[in-house]
Design a protein around this ligand. Structure first.
Ligand SMILES: [Fe+2]
Length: 272
C-alpha cells in the first residue's frame, strides 16, 4: 500500500519533481503509523514533498523517518513549519509530561492547556541500545470503534485535564480541524468528568474510553535508533514511553522536540 506523490503541478522544476517522486510512504501498522523513505530532512524540503508529508500525516497520524543523522535544530524547525507554526526546539530525556503524570503515562501533548499542540516533531539524538520505545494510539479509530451507545455518551461529556498550571476542561469527543474526523481527547492529564461528582463513576468512565484508545489494534510501537525523526498529529493520537530500561539506560536517551501551535479542541455538540 505504499504510494508516491502523483499530483505535482507540471510547472514544478524537475529537481523538485524528482525529490517528491523519491518519497515513499508505507504503513507499518494496520490503523496508525507509516514509514517515509527517500526523503532527506536536512537542508529543507521542496513543495511537492511537503504536500505529500502533510497528506500522509493526516492519513496515518504518525510518520517515521529513519537514518536522518544529526539533524540541526533549524532543519527540525523547518520540517515542523510545513505542518504549522513551530515552537523553539527543546532537548529532553523523554516526554516532558512524565515529570508530573506519574511515569510515562498515555497522553496527548499539552492536553492540560487551552490549545494543545497540533503536530509534534521528535528527533532522536541518542537512545539506549535497547528498550525505551514509544507507542502511539489512534484516537480517531478509537472513536470510530465505539458502540453507538457509548458514542452518544462521549459526544456530551467534558473532561477536566490537570497540569502544573491548573485545571481546564475539554470535550471528550472533538472534531479534528483539518480532516473533520471525530476523536477522543483523554490521556494522563484527564482527572475528572465535568459535572459528575461521584469520583468512582468518573474514574470508571475515563478508564472505559481510555481503554478504547489504547486497544492494541489502535497502536503502533517504534524502536528508536539515533537519527530517527518522528512526526505525529497530536490532535488524533496519544503516545507514551515504554519505561523498560533502568536509570542508567534512561539517561542515554536524548530527544529534541519541536511542536506546532494548535487550536482549541472543538466539541461535537453545544455544551448543555
Ligand atoms: Fe509527549
Amino acid at each position: 500500500m505504499a504510494y508516491r506523490l502523483l499530483d505535482l503541478p507540471t510547472a514544478r522544476p524537475a529537481r523538485a519533481r524528482h525529490a517528491a517522486r523519491a518519497a515513499r510512504v508505507e504503513p507499518v501498522a494496520g490503523r496508525i503509523g507509516a514509514a517515509v523513505t527517500g526523503v532527506r530532512l536536512c537542508g529543507g524540503l521542496d513543495d511537492g514533498t511537503a504536500r505529500l508529508l502533510r497528506r500522509a500525516l493526516l492519513r496515518h497520524k504518525v510518520l517515521f523517518f529513519r537514518g536522518q543523522g544529526h539533524l540541526c535544530g533549524s532543519d527540525q524547525t523547518a520540517l515542523a513549519a510545513i505542518f504549522g507554526e513551530p515552537s523553539a526546539p527543546v532537548v529532553q530525556p523523554g516526554c516532558a509530561v512524565s515529570r508530573y503524570a506519574g511515569g510515562g503515562g498515555w497522553h496527548t501533548d499539552g492536553s492540560d492547556t487551552m490549545r494543545p499542540p497540533g503536530v509534534s516533531v521528535l528527533h532522536a539524538l541518542s537512545v539506549p541500545p535497547f528498550g525505551g520505545d514509544t507507542v502511539w494510539a489512534n484516537t480517531a479509530a478509537a472513536y470510530d470503534g465505539l458502540p453507538v451507545e457509548l458514542r452518544e455518551i462521549a459526544d456530551r461529556l467534558w473532561i477536566e485535564h490537570a497540569g502544573p498550571d491548573g485545571v481546564l476542561e475539554h470535550p471528550l469527543a472533538t472534531v479534528h480541524p483539518e480532516t473533520g474526523e471525530r476523536v477522543l481527547l483523554l490521556g494522563a492529564h484527564a482527572r475528572r468528568v465535568a459535572g459528575l461528582s461521584a469520583e468512582a463513576d468518573a474514574g470508571a468512565l475515563i478508564r472505559l474510553f481510555q481503554d478504547h484508545v489504547t486497544a492494541l489494534e489502535n497502536t503502533v510501537r517504534w524502536r528508536w535508533r539515533p537519527g530517527d525523526v518522528v512526526v505525529w498529529d497530536n490532535r488524533s493520537t496519544q503516545h507514551r514511553d515504554v519505561r523498560d530500561v533502568g536509570e542508567d539506560g534512561a539517561g542515554e536517551r536524548r530527544l529534541r522536540l519541536v511542536t506546532c501551535a494548535g487550536s482549541v479542541p472543538l466539541p461535537l455538540l453545544p455544551r448543555s
